[in-house]
Design a binder for this molecule. Structure first.
Ligand SMILES: [Zn+2]
Length: 167
């Protein structure tokens, strides 16, 4: 994947509001000619929980979506990834988790503007089997790791396709 085609350069500097922003296509950054600040258009960091129990994987579906994904979400600015994953699982499913380890790191595309996400996939186990989905979650389910439903993101499919490693 190459950032040169990235259409997501802002038209204005987010710090001083100047429209004199100079793009650097080679390193996918822009520099403001007024306040001189330089910003790299990085992929957005996200954390995902791979929870497999008895050959079933736990997936969630958000409202307004037909496809499923691992529980998880974007990290808050400055947040350590494992803290972020625990926060997301608590928010989405009221689940206490134990993080067993990092299993993969994959850049993917999300959203209508085709931004990049940088996804950290962790093998996770549930401390308690009780799950209470929050209102942001339309439904959750345990699916056969070989027969899962339509998946929202390619990186999720990539991880599921080698889920034998994470059992
Ligand atoms: Zn500026």
């Amino acid at each position: 994947m190459n950032g040169k085609e990235n259409k997501n350069y802002p038209l204005y500097c987010q710090f001083c509001g100047s429209n004199e922003v100079e793009r650097n296509l080679a390193e996918v950054s822009f520099t403001c000619r007024q306040c001189k600040r330089k910003v790299f258009l990085n992929s957005k960091p996200a954390v995902c929980a791979v929870i497999i129990k008895d050959n079933k994987v736990l997936l969630v579906r958000s409202h307004g979506r037909k496809s499923w994904d691992f529980p998880g979400g974007f990290l808050v600015y400055g947040e350590p990834p494992e803290e972020g994953l625990k926060r997301e699982l608590k928010e989405e499913l009221a689940a206490e988790i134990k993080i067993e380890g990092l299993v993969d790191a994959i850049v993917d595309v999300y959203g209508k503007y085709h931004d990049f996400s940088f996804n950290l996939f962790y093998k996770v186990s549930l401390v308690s089997s009780e799950i209470r989905p929050a209102s942001e979650i339309a439904e959750y389910g345990w699916f056969d790791i070989d027969h899962y439903p339509a998946i929202a993101f390619k990186s999720t499919v990539d991880v599921l396709s080698v889920s034998d490693r994470y059992k």
